[in-house]
Design a binder for this molecule. Structure first.
Ligand code: AVJ
Ligand code: FE
Length: 439
């Protein structure tokens, strides 16, 4: 039915567009500050920006030029420097990294060869080339690091270097604050999405009992009510690990927040502003999200609940690619891709809502779920164990849905992110849920 030549051209164009979009963002994030700010370490949690830049180029070289095209290493001596497992982030500034001009040159050199390769690659034959997977994987990898670099920019002290228009005010939300997702089986994960990564596979059926889930992410105003009610001083709301953690580190509010008399201020990309009440709360760790939910008489959704809320179409009784259907994300659906440098107010993006009326599942803030990062039944590591497999287990919690900082190519209804439950420099927020039947 479909014309394979046409399909190949469509894939080639999609690969070219997504790689080019990613590089434009990388270039901006690594040129909006002076070179000393690229080699400095702005937080022990993060790499110097110039590490991300050369690592992006090095992964692209390894997977596209070497694995797909069978070429020799361009600079074999640098591979170790840019291997994330050889050197923890805190150590990276003391490595003999390529200086900014060389890092730029290397990444550009790799990209030039990749664009030539793209012209001649057949999009079938091996699992790596099937439907252009390796090109899509590398575009996603670069966009993931563009989000990482934006986190580094947020942690950086100093004046504003990045600018973007604010999202529009939200339309008035008149509906209920939670929706009921009816119980029953649904298909979680995917076996058909061509650029889905290994941990999203394979598609499998899950039984999910009825539950209620918040219509929007939890807002700053709602979170402030938890703070004002003494939430951070009341052990009842916290897991033992969470309580120990916030005591030990004197955590009393989301990261980047500061109290100023009766109001809260926050620093955002070099600018201090009053915390906007109607925006989804950002920069909370899993322990804070979990404690808020308990305080509210609720809980975090499980990962399966989150995905069912985001993908299940009760009318068609099937799983869709996104809450709004199967169409790729467009600006009216979701706040993605660093178009804005903040989440949009709760209730935004009515065109992106799910059939049951849940909003902002995709974009705005990564949403903590109750679940540990575990493989799906039938999981197979591909193309390398260090993408997902080495992280499976109880040390990492799953986040879903993507933030304003991640591009659409690295965000889907099935996409899984994960981090330690103490992390809050990431663009993380949450929404809450409750089992149906619980009052
Ligand atoms: C999926 C966001 C947890 O940044 O550690 C980048 C993505 N993997 N390079 C990370 C990733 C390898 C990964 N996360
Ligand atoms: Fe990486």
């Amino acid at each position: 039915m479909t014309d394979p030549a046409h399909d190949a051209e469509t894939l080639r164009e999609r690969a070219l567009t997504t790689l080019t979009t990613a590089r434009a963002r990388t270039t901006l994030l690594t040129s909006c500050v002076e070179d000393p700010d690229l080699t400095a370490q702005h937080s022990p949690l993060m790499s110097p920006l110039v590490w991300d830049l050369a690592h992006i180029g090095n992964q692209e070289e390894q997977w596209l030029l070497r694995a797909v095209a069978g070429r020799e290493a361009m600079r074999p001596e640098i591979d170790g420097l840019y291997d994330a497992f050889e050197h923890p982030r805190a150590e990276r500034p003391s490595l003999p990294l390529l200086p900014p001009p060389e890092a730029r040159h290397y990444a550009a050199e790799v990209r030039g060869r990749v664009l030539d390769l793209l012209e001649s690659t057949a999009f079938h034959g091996t699992r790596l080339t099937e439907a252009g997977f390796a090109f899509g994987m590398i575009a996603q990898h670069e966009q993931q690091h563009d989000e990482t670099m934006l986190i580094t920019h947020q942690l950086r002290k100093g004046p504003q270097a990045l600018h973007a228009p604010d999202p529009k005010p939200a339309p008035l939300l008149t509906g209920p604050s939670e929706v009921l997702v009816p119980g029953g089986p649904f298909t979680m994960g995917t076996s058909t999405e061509p650029w889905a990564l290994d941990n999203e596979r394979p598609a499998h059926v899950r039984e999910v009992p009825s539950f209620h889930i918040d219509t929007t992410p939890v807002t700053n105003a709602a979170y402030q009510a938890f703070i004002e009610d003494g939430g951070y001083d009341d052990e009842r709301w916290w897991t033992p690990e969470g309580w120990a953690h916030i005591r030990q580190h004197s955590i009393h509010a989301p990261l980047f927040w500061r109290r100023d008399g009766r109001q809260w201020l926050r620093r955002r990309f070099g600018v201090t502003e009053v915390v906007p009440p109607d925006e989804p709360v950002l920069h909370v760790c899993w322990y804070e999200a979990d404690a808020y939910a308990r305080w509210a008489g609720r809980r975090l959704p499980t990962e399966a609940e989150w995905e069912k809320a985001a993908r299940h179409d009760p009318a068609g009784d099937r799983s869709m690619r996104y809450p709004w259907g199967d169409a790729d994300p467009a600006p009216e659906h979701a706040n993605l891709g660093q178009r804005h440098l903040r989440p949009a107010p709760a209730g935004s993006y009515p065109e992106g809502e799910s059939p049951l009326g849940v909003r902002q599942l995709i974009g705005d803030v990564w949403e903590w779920t109750a679940s540990d990062f575990l493989p799906y039944p039938g999981f197979q590591a591909f193309p390398y164990k260090e993408y997902s497999e080495v992280f499976f287990g109880p040390d990492y919690k799953v986040l879903r849905g993507g933030s304003f900082a991640v591009d659409a190519v690295a965000c889907r209804g099935t996409f899984r992110n994960w981090d330690h439950p103490i992390r809050r420099q990431i663009f993380s927020g949450f929404r809450t849920a409750r089992s149906a039947g619980d009052a």
